[in-house]
Design a protein around this ligand. Sequence first.
Ligand SMILES: Cc1ncc(COP(=O)(O)O)c(C=O)c1O
Length: 407
Amino acid sequence: MPGVTKPATRLRIPQLDLQAQYAALKDELQAAIARVCDSQRFILGPEGEALERELAGYCGVPHAIGCASGSDALLLSLVTLGVTHEDDVVTVPFTFFSTAGAIARLGARAVFVDIDPRTFNLDAQKLRAALQARRSEKRRGPAAVIPVHLFGQPADMDAINQIAAEFDLPVIEDAAQAIGAECAGRRVGSIGRTGCFSFYPTKNLGAFGDAGLVTTTDSALADRLRAMSRHGCTHDKYHHDHVGWNARLDELQAAVLRVKFKHLEEWNRARIACAGRYDELFLEAGLADAQKAYPDEKHPVVIPYRAPNCRHVFHQYVIRARDPAGGGAGRDALRKFLADEGVGTEVYYPLPLHLQSCFHAWQGREGDFPEAERASREVLALPLYPELTPDQQRYVTAKVAEFYLRP
Ligand SMILES: Cc1ncc(COP(=O)(O)O)c(C=O)c1O
């Protein structure tokens, strides 16, 4: 294959390496932690308030409410929008567990709609068809829709918002993987009724533990979200208007996040540059098609498609690894080969949510969502982080080429 030289030395490249980021910011991070320790204010203080202001500005919304995790951000959104155990909520079967887990926690039911195979995100046309079918069967409409901006790429928000408006559905953006991504010039988190962010340590903006955020443009909703994250307490301490729970963000996490937030844009740009470099290397090697056509029967690899008019912030660089010969040289064999050659990869996600045993009551069956199921068999996340070097990327792609060229 053109453009591939076999690397002489063996490297070890993890799928994610947080050490490089920590080394660069160690002094500043430790000073921020010391500041909180010195203040002895750990819950609801100036760090959290400042972080909320900074992230609201970044996302282009008037309100941001810090909370304990991305999962709590989803749960707070659902509860605050009035979803109950009697409701259905539409989302995708190809996402992290938590998206549907939050729905199930309320005793509500997730109604899945398949993904667009190019973006891995909610297929807007299938959403319309599903909602129309329910309407013509005179079934009660769902209470909300949760599109997920998977791997850092925004879902088709213009179309989804339009359909949601026609069917009177609030839109909850699951932006856990996509802070800084944009759709038609608007940052994710500012497009739906709420935006839900996770600062799990591996995210593009990661805390030193669990943390999350909900964004909204709606002041009344913001007040309710805040109250629900504090046991439903709206005004006076120990007076509860609603039954909320403890979903607060703590000051140590907020202080860490504020240090890292100053670098988020530079990191997102580095991720986008790394993704572009991987694309070039796969194309030079003749392993993938420049058009990112799907399905692509001619090449073993499909590189990530970028939706037009969007900014994909590459939380993950996810290829489809096909089995062109049909002889078992597919994703799992490639993954093992790369591991043996020192390259870490991950599979997000190996089992779609409609087939998870804990959701058996929703009666999902194999074949219900063919694109989600196919994605689960084909996706492979390659090493990607802002500090990844061109030489490391050349090694990774050369190893993929070696795998597909083996006799
Ligand atoms: C798409 C998606 N939704 C929700 C979550 C939940 O976030 P957290 O782990 O902070 O609860 C995650 C994070 O892992 C995620 O990737």
